[in-house]
Design a protein around this ligand. Sequence first.
Ligand code: CTP
Length: 411
Amino acid sequence: MTIVVGVTGGIAAYKAVGVIRGFVLQGHDVHVIATEAALRFVGRPTFEAISRNPINTDLYEGVAQVRHVAIGQSADLIVIAPATANTIAKLALGLADDLLTNTVLVSTAPIVIAPAMHTEMWQNAATVANIAILRERRFTIVGPASGQLTGTDSGVGRMEEPEAITAAALSVLEKSAVPERAEGPTRTAEAPGDLSGKHVVVTAGGTREPLDPVRFLGNRSSGRQGVAIAQAALNRGATVTLIAAHIEVHPPAGATLVEVATALELQRAVTDAAASADIIVMAAAVADYRPASVQQAKIKKTETHAPLNIELVENPDILAELSAAERHGRVIVGFAAETEPDTDALLTLGQQKLARKGCDYLVINRVGWSTGFVSESNEIIMLDSSGDIVMKASGDKLSVADRILDVIASR
Ligand code: CTP
């Protein structure tokens, strides 16, 4: 397949080399369009050697061949990595002031972008609005990830790792493949699934609250149901951020993975990701309390055999906070893990929790010593915001995940 990789001017341009290499190693014909700013970060010979093709930069070179049209029409996929805030804004407006933006306007191929910028720029209302426009137009947005930024600070905005971008892009390519494209459809007709263009944020696993360097307060959540939701959302074309707290299963390829340990870390990661989320599914089991202080040395057994008291302080209720915040049309789904054996009482507990949390949907599942968290299958009841049952499902966690997404997608 012919893949056009657009590289724009950010420090993450050096990581674009890994993206290009990933496509070349998989046998694709890769053509790089680097903006002038990108070439200030990485030199032309590097892109040419890695892509094994001459690179393209200037709209006014090779005018006789109408290059932007030729490149745009030949592309089966366009990947822009890194995509700066400036380029994202130009794409949202449909501006065409360089070879890359002209090529994008000519092309009907699916487009994947990997944003890279500082947290403040990513969370700026202008960028949030531009990203929403691009999602609406079925662009696939991969990342950005959370972590160390160019300076000493860290936060969301780091370009996703090359392997993750390559994997996500190839999955878009696979889903958009052939029959319809041969008939020359619009990009909308190529939509790989009903969540295409949507950013789904899923939390999974269980948080751990440290007591001392070797001990923590935790829970038995394996993360299986959350990971299944992330996988099902990817299968339906969504861009997925998986915020994982100690998951026991592999995260799905193609999801942006943000690993967290404690409830406070999870809160920060969800808040960062929420800015661009269309759907948030809080499947993680979050600790309600954390030790008031974390000991720097291992807590020793006393000689007196007296009971040990540990003071706990309450963690923020992340789901309730997300639900109460400005939503911008975002759908918020909570989970309720309950041990109540009686179904009517279980339902009442769920309805009370829903009222406390204020989310759009609540998925109730029964947990116990051998059910729920640890098992490969699940049995759930899904309530809407008024507490009415909208769906009941049982089965393996991936099919339960799809039933949950059916409800959200039909909204
Ligand atoms: N949750 C959260 N922040 C917390 C605790 C829970 O965001 N501090 C979220 C979970 O991710 C889940 C939902 O709230 O989506 C319900 O979690 P659950 O543990 O069932 O409920 P709690 O609010 O902790 O209530 P309780 O433990 O009393 O049942």
